[in-house]
Design a protein. Structure first.
Length: 374
């Protein structure tokens, strides 16, 4: 009888696994280019489709059996909101996935964000290819004060924020890159400012932060600012920023609350270097801007933006490229900002950088599609 009982249990487990294998998720790539990006699936949808009771499961490539990296995205809430899947799909191809209820392997941390009180309230974030920081209250009014987003030119897949802040020696390249990017009194790499009377009005640095998710595949956080009074209007800005593994670009979702007007004039900016003929391209129909900076001791940084289509007007100043957008109250302004470092090896020319941004914009217009098969 005991042997029959064990056989029955084994059979039940096998039947359960077979049922799981029959239900699949098909992710299709409508683009001609190969894509590696995060796929977002609502956790409730997965639970309903696959009868999941908890978060003890893996997602596998049905054909190869490979376990794909995943992240449980909470968006600052107590319970899981979405499951993020790191997927690679050939151009015009499909990827068929199965969900198996077994313990997942430990994921490799590819993104990270944190408040840095030991460096004058910096807030820094990174993935396995790029790193950025925003300046905080303690820097305000000092001789070192700067305005926009900073870029750290890393050339390693290692996460370097903690290491570089611990040593304080990150303005020289010791093998993993360096911080040589100059922000100064500009918006740096794609920060935003108010724009009244044909002038840029920088806000004070952020006052509060909230980390919503922190890897392993996506880090998301909020930077919250004090109300700013200007031209008889009181305006509050809040920036929600996310960075995915493998991406050169951070996504910025800007909330604008103006207590006195329905719309608020803003500019998104990119720092411009002193040179006779700046190497930039502005594809206004696609909302794509790229700038390939002049070399400094062999180091070259490309910076860029993907802005809402047909909404931004380019304004050039001696120190920065500005993109004017008039934003409706209580509606998020979503855009992408980012950078590339030539010595990282992935992007080494202005044309490569512009094409990267155009391709990313095309992917945003034609997202991967998801189908659940019973």
């Amino acid at each position: 009888m005991r042997k029959l009982g064990i056989t029955a249990v084994t059979l039940a487990v096998a039947m359960s696994l077979h049922a799981q294998q029959k239900k699949t998720i098909t992710i299709s790539n409508p683009s001609a280019a190969d894509r590696q990006e995060l796929v977002t699936i609502p956790f409730q949808t997965l639970k309903q489709q696959f009868g999941l009771k908890d978060t003890v499961f893996v997602i596998k490539n049905k054909k190869s059996g490979e376990v794909l990296p995943i992240q449980f995205e909470r968006l600052g809430k107590q319970h899981v909101q979405n499951v993020l899947i790191e997927a690679s799909i050939a151009g015009k191809g499909k990827l068929e996935l199965v969900v198996v209820q077994e313990k997942a392997p430990v994921a490799i941390q590819k993104t990270y964000a944190r408040y840095v009180p030991e460096r004058k309230d910096d807030f820094a974030w990174e993935n396995n290819v790029v790193a950025f920081r925003a300046y905080g209250k303690a820097l305000e009014g000092t001789s070192e004060d700067a305005q926009g987003f900073d870029f750290w030119a890393k050339r390693t897949s290692d996460l370097i924020i903690n290491e570089w802040y611990a040593t304080g020696d990150y303005h020289a390249d010791h093998g993993k890159g360096l911080d040589y990017y100059s922000v100064g009194q500009t918006l740096g790499v794609g920060d935003v400012a108010l724009y009244f009377g044909d002038k840029v009005h920088y806000t004070k640095h952020y006052r509060h932060f909230e980390i919503l998710d922190n890897g392993p595949l996506r880090s998301t956080f909020k930077l919250i600012f004090e109300p700013q009074a200007i031209a008889g209007e009181t305006i509050v800005l809040e920036k929600t920023i996310s960075l995915d593994a493998g991406s050169q670009l951070s996504k910025v979702s800007l909330s604008v609350k103006n207590t006195n007007a329905e719309r608020t004039p803003l500019v998104v900016g990119i720092a411009k270097r002193k040179e006779e003929r700046p190497d930039f391209q502005w594809a206004s129909d696609d909302g794509v801007f790229s700038y390939w900076e002049p070399a400094q001791n062999g180091n070259i940084t490309g910076t860029g933006l993907i802005l809402p289509d047909d909404r931004a007007a380019l304004i050039q100043s001696p120190t920065q490229f500005l993109f004017k957008i008039t934003q409706q109250n209580n509606q998020p302004l979503e855009y992408y900002m980012g950078a590339a470092f030539n010595k990282a090896g992935a992007i080494t020319s202005d044309e490569q950088w512009h094409m990267y941004l155009l391709t990313k914009a095309e992917h945003l217009h034609h997202p991967l599609t998801i189908k659940y098969n019973k």
